[in-house]
Design a protein around this ligand. Structure first.
Ligand code: PRP
Length: 206
């Protein structure tokens, strides 16, 4: 008998595109159109959890969700305890170092980097042999260099509009980001058929 999958969907940035992809793969995602404040949805084929992006790997790691749709940006900060199975080709953007035009990129002093993504920032500057001070910011990080709180930011750039509107520019590209399908390690065995059916159907429409 077919076992029902529990699927964690990242709320916000990826939600719409993940819904479209699932719908194209033949899954009923009509609940996304009129969900109001509800967070768990049951369809004939699957159960869906709508959760904040950084919580998707947590739910998948603990097995509360069998699979999750989540951005690579989030996975780079939570990099253990699941299988990353598929690049979904949605939510394409990049990590970049950005700042005001005055940013002294080649200056050898320890830079203060504001970011919501400390591991990504640390790894990027460590690769260049640079030590940095991280200032952890949860959002609207673009104002940190403008107000002198940081020398630069490490953040997601999609259209570049947020940077432009706040007088910042990209100094370095770090890495490409897109949505990924992650899978709980036990579920990969126990619900193998259902998970591979999902992967096959998604692969056809990506
Ligand atoms: C991200 C990022 C930038 C913006 C970039 O924020 O932090 O602020 O998107 O997009 P753009 O290049 O198209 O302007 P997000 O919308 O994910 O929300 P957050 O500020 O809560 O992280």
């Amino acid at each position: 008998m077919s076992k029902k999958l529990t699927i964690a969907l990242q709320k916000g940035r990826l939600e719409k595109d993940a819904g479209k992809l699932l719908a194209a793969a033949g899954y009923d995602t009509s609940f996304l159109e009129n969900k109001e404040r509800k967070l768990i949805f049951e369809t004939a084929e699957a159960r869906y959890l709508l959760v904040k992006a950084p919580d998707v790997p947590t739910y998948v790691y603990h097995g509360v969700a069998d699979v999750g749709f989540v951005g690579k940006d989030v996975l780079q900060e939570h990099d253990k305890g699941y299988f990353e199975m598929l690049d979904l080709g949605i939510g394409k953007c990049k990590f970049a170092v950005a700042s005001t035009p005055e940013y002294a990129e080649l200056d050898h002093k320890i830079k203060r980097i504001a970011t919501k993504y400390p591991k990504t920032a640390e790894a990027h500057f460590a690769k260049k042999g640079e030590m940095i001070d991280i200032i952890k910011i949860e959002g609207s990080v673009e104002i940190a260099p403008v107000l002198g709180l940081a020398d630069a930011i490490v953040d997601i750039v999609e259209t570049g509009n947020t940077l432009r509107e706040n007088g910042l520019e990209v100094f370095e590209d770090i890495s490409e980001i897109s949505g990924r399908l992650i899978v709980n390690k036990a579920a990969a065995k126990l619900k193998r058929d259902e998970i591979f059916d999902l992967i096959d159907r998604l692969s056809e429409v990506i």
